[in-house]
Design a protein around this ligand. Structure first.
Ligand code: AMP
Length: 500
């Protein structure tokens, strides 16, 4: 695989170049390649059956990139699982994926039924051999699996093949002004595919990944100190993250004098955010990109120029990458003419082959268009002069502060709670972005005198099953959920009641 070959070449030519760094750790290309290749031999010995998934558990330490590359060199896909994911959900992922091995990059003790845990911190690997490239993941084999929120209550694993990833990485390095050997920001934890947007383009181009761990982003003072020392050249984040930096007036080109490019993906890039960035960073170019995890990070892009900002009321998400077709279809799946609004369908070599072990979910969302894998995004959109515009969702998948989630998944878990008879989630969105979630709850029998005690108990329950970012900020209590004529929960009426 070209990507792996190029990483090996960087390691041979520029061994001391930094591949990955965090606040406390620095990993050069030599150690990255050497350790991952030896760890691959160990994985191969314990997991001889190719393509059995390997869960890689941790946050943003250097053992994460080492383990990812080790898995794929041994012919196995990896499943990145961040420490922010509750243990019950981690267990579900380990079990449902059929993982044969969990690589633990943390110092916490992990234990799973019938699955070996390999603790890699400080693991001696010198006695292992470097693995041969004959074992590497092949183009049609799965390279990584990322779990996203699922509407039935369980996360679903999107399988990305080596060829999907190669197509994405080539597009990034060929069509964007990323150059060679640049310093890339990695803001998103590895369990989100936004992290792939900087991780592999950086490694393919011999660059440095500058990762911001949660402990850093949680403390603005530390984060801005870190950024001012970073020498960042390519910024990759959600628009929400860059907006989080705006309260600091010093967040500008003086703080990041070498910054050349902003790459955004994952949610709407508000016009006001792009305008403000242009003022703060007059020397940097800004790109909006769009795509779901199912089509390998992003499949459209556009540079946000002054002209575009002056012309558009809502920013487009861009032109399709050259090997992708994007169609707009009506409710029955028939293609619509240019300029008409419908569902966006993506077809081409970036599209995944489906969800791991979920034939029904896969059949519903994936298909073939002109002999190419195609994915129904659930995004409403329109194409004008070849330019794609996203116009919201057709279902209950949302983005909150950059995180993708299905309202139905949160509702599923709320409805499992012993304190709840029925519940629905209402997003609070005073403008084009959702600010927080409200759970409208019909309580079951409970022992609590006060509502806040009930809320605390429900939150505790939810925290066992859902990541913190999916837990509603507010809870309101009601006697019944209003119904529509056809017996479905009437979200509109409920919303009116909540905000009455
Ligand atoms: P994820 O799988 O987490 O990348 O989420 C994919 C979804 O995020 C898409 O289907 C869209 O709904 C939304 N999305 C991604 N990029 C953009 C963008 N640039 N503008 C608007 N929505 C976006």
């Amino acid at each position: 695989m070209k990507l792996l070959t190029q990483i090996a070449q960087h390691a041979a030519r520029n061994p001391e170049q930094i591949a990955f760094r965090t606040e406390d750790e620095v990993l050069n290309y030599r150690v990255l390649w050497d350790r991952s290749s030896r760890l691959a031999s160990l994985i191969h010995t314990t997991q001889p059956e190719r393509q059995t998934p390997v869960v890689v558990y941790g946050h943003m330490g250097m053992d994460m990139p080492i383990s990812f590359l080790a898995c794929v060199q041994a012919g196995h896909p990896y499943i990145p699982v961040d420490i922010s994911i509750p243990m019950e959900r981690v267990r579900l992922i380990v079990e449902k994926s059929g993982a044969g091995l969990v690589i633990n990059t943390t110092d916490s003790m992990l234990d799973f039924d019938n699955v070996t845990v390999l603790d890699v911190q400080g693991l001696q690997l010198e006695q292992e051999e470097l693995i041969s490239d004959g074992y590497w993941v092949k183009p049609d084999e799965v390279f990584y699996i990322i779990y996203t929120s699922g509407s039935t209550g369980n996360p679903k694993g999107v399988q990305i093949a080596a060829a999907n990833l190669q197509s994405f990485t080539d597009w990034m390095t060929d069509d964007f002004p990323l150059g060679q050997g640049k310093v890339f920001l990695n803001q998103a934890p590895f369990s989100f595919d936004l992290s792939v947007m900087d991780f592999y383009p950086a490694l393919q181009s011999g660059g440095t990944i500058h990762a911001l761990e949660k402990a850093v982003t949680n403390k603005p003072k530390i984060m801005f100190e870190n950024l001012s020392r970073s020498g960042l050249q390519i910024w990759t984040s959600t628009p929400s993250f860059v907006q989080m930096c705006f309260p600091n007036p010093d967040f500008n080109q003086k703080m990041l004098p070498e910054l050349e490019v902003f790459l955004f993906c994952g949610e709407v890039l508000p016009l006001a955010v792009a305008k403000e960035l242009k003022e703060r960073f007059p020397r940097a170019r800004i790109f909006n990109t769009y795509g779901p995890t199912e089509a390998t990070v992003a499949v459209t892009s556009i540079e946000i120029t002054e002209d575009l900002l002056a012309k558009e009321k809502a920013l487009p998400v861009g032109y399709p990458k050259s090997d992708m077709s994007i169609l707009v279809v009506d409710d029955s799946g028939n293609p619509l003419p240019e300029g008409e609004k419908g569902e966006l369908i993506l077809a081409g070599p970036s599209v995944s082959k489906g969800y791991l072990g979920e034939p029904l979910l896969t059949e519903n969302a994936f298909g073939m268009v002109n002999g190419m894998n195609a994915y129904r995004t659930g995004d409403a959109g329109i194409i004008r002069d070849g330019l794609v515009y996203c116009q919201g969702r057709l279902d209950y998948q949302i983005k909150l502060h950059g995180y993708r989630m299905e309202l139905e998944e949160i509702e599923f878990h709320l409805n499992q709670s012993e304190y709840i008879k029925a519940a629905i989630i209402i997003p609070y969105a005073p403008s084009e972005e959702i600010e927080y979630l409200i759970a409208a709850v019909v309580p079951g029998d409970h022992k609590f005198e006060k509502e806040y005690q009930l809320t605390a108990a429900i939150r505790k329950d939810l925290a066992l099953r859902l990541p913190a970012y999916m837990i509603p900020r507010k809870f309101t209590y009601h006697t019944a959920i209003p119904m529509t004529m056809n017996g479905k929960a009437d979200r509109k009426k409920m919303k009116e009641e909540v905000f009455a």
